[in-house]
Design a protein around this ligand. Structure first.
Ligand code: TXA
Ligand code: MG
Length: 319
């Protein structure tokens, strides 16, 4: 059997046997394991080299399955599920006892979402258990948005990659928690903050805090290419790197002067920019450039998630 393929039944068999399978979602590829099997979940942490204090997202095939994992959800959580699932919204809610501590890193809460990719949904609905799945990349590196990206990063450490093509959204899900009666935005992502605010009031945005691993696992360097990345205005920054091999990653405009010019969205659309973000970051990283200069995008809608990922990828911020 090839390591990359489209055989959902084969993927299901491997997962029932406690193996790891990379699955496509609308956001990024996930490295999936039976969420109720601590042994399988442990291998996810090992393969990713992920610190055990960074909890995983549990993927479900139905709202009923989610309700079997969470305890006493607020009414608004059900509204949010109805509105945004399947889709790129992860809810962090009180967990039930059957969820292994390893999945939640010992927290009393669980992160759950129903992904919108048809292959992921049909896989989930063919299994008697939910799937714990972080992004299918070595910890700290750029998340994968194609089956080949998964193999590039994890190689034969993953039994099978279910190939669902390029991810439609391209940035990870929005993570929304509920604490002391208020919603807290923990990570900007595929559902825009503005869209959530049409349904519930967000009490606090903690999405840019980088030093609370227990709450969010967002260490300061994350989603990061190996090449140093500087975030700022390419026009102003380029002269500082005269003579160096520079890759420029810009939003809409093309900046000549670098060795490689990559544009997130020639038409200036944030959805397109999000879809291209991780593949272009990988391309910049593989280009042989000594430094990547990346430009911020407008800070609205999906732009918030894109800027967040760029900031976390940056070794330096400027301008
Ligand atoms: O789009 C996505 O969310 C992708 C796809 C595969 O679904 N998954 C993903 O997983 O991005 P991961 O592990 O790379 O990010 C999960 C985030 C982490 O920042 C983690 O700290 C947070 O969710 N998280 C998980 N459980 C949590 C909890 N109980 N409380 C607070 N944050 C939690
Ligand atoms: Mg990740």
């Amino acid at each position: 059997m090839d390591r990359i393929g489209t055989d959902i039944q084969y993927a299901a068999r491997l997962l029932r046997d406690g193996k790891l399978v990379a699955i496509p979602t609308e956001t990024v590829y996930g490295l999936a394991a039976n969420a109720l099997d601590p042994g399988a979940v442990l291998r996810v942490f090992e393969v990713k080299e992920r610190p055990s204090f960074d909890p995983l997202i549990v993927h479900v095939g139905s709202k009923e399955q989610a309700l079997g994992l969470i305890s006493d959800p607020p009414e608004e959580a059900l509204d949010l599920m109805n509105e945004f699932w399947p889709g790129p919204l992860t809810l962090v809610l009180a967990k039930r006892d059957l969820v292994p501590d390893l999945v939640t890193s010992g927290l009393p809460t669980i992160a759950v979402r129903m992904p919108a990719h048809p292959m992921a949904l049909s896989l989930l609905r063919s299994l008697p258990f939910p799937l714990a799945a972080p992004s299918a990349n070595p910890f700290g590196y750029i998340s994968p948005t194609s089956a080949q990206h998964v193999i590039d990063g994890l190689g034969d450490k993953v039994a099978y990659v279910l190939d669902g093509g390029s991810c439609r959204i391209g940035v990870e899900s929005t993570v929304l928690g509920y604490k002391d009666g208020a919603w807290v935005l923990l990570r900007q992502g595929g559902v825009a903050q503005e869209s959530i605010e049409e349904h519930v009031q967000i009490g606090a945005v903690q999405a840019s805090s980088t030093s609370r691993p227990e709450a969010h696992g967002m260490l300061s360097s994350h989603y990061a290419p190996r090449t140093p990345l500087v975030l700022g205005d390419p026009e102003a920054l380029l002269p500082n790197y005269a003579g160096a091999r520079v890759a420029v990653l810009s939003f809409q405009e093309r900046y000549s002067g670098g060795m490689v010019d990559l544009v997130l969205s020639p038409s200036g659309e944030l959805t397109e920019a999000a879809r291209n973000l991780f593949a272009l970051l990988r391309q910049a990283d593989a280009s042989g450039a000594e430094v990547i200069i990346a430009e911020r995008v407008p800070q609205v809608g999906l732009g918030r998630a894109i800027n967040d990922r760029l900031a976390r990828a940056a070794t330096e911020r400027d301008v």
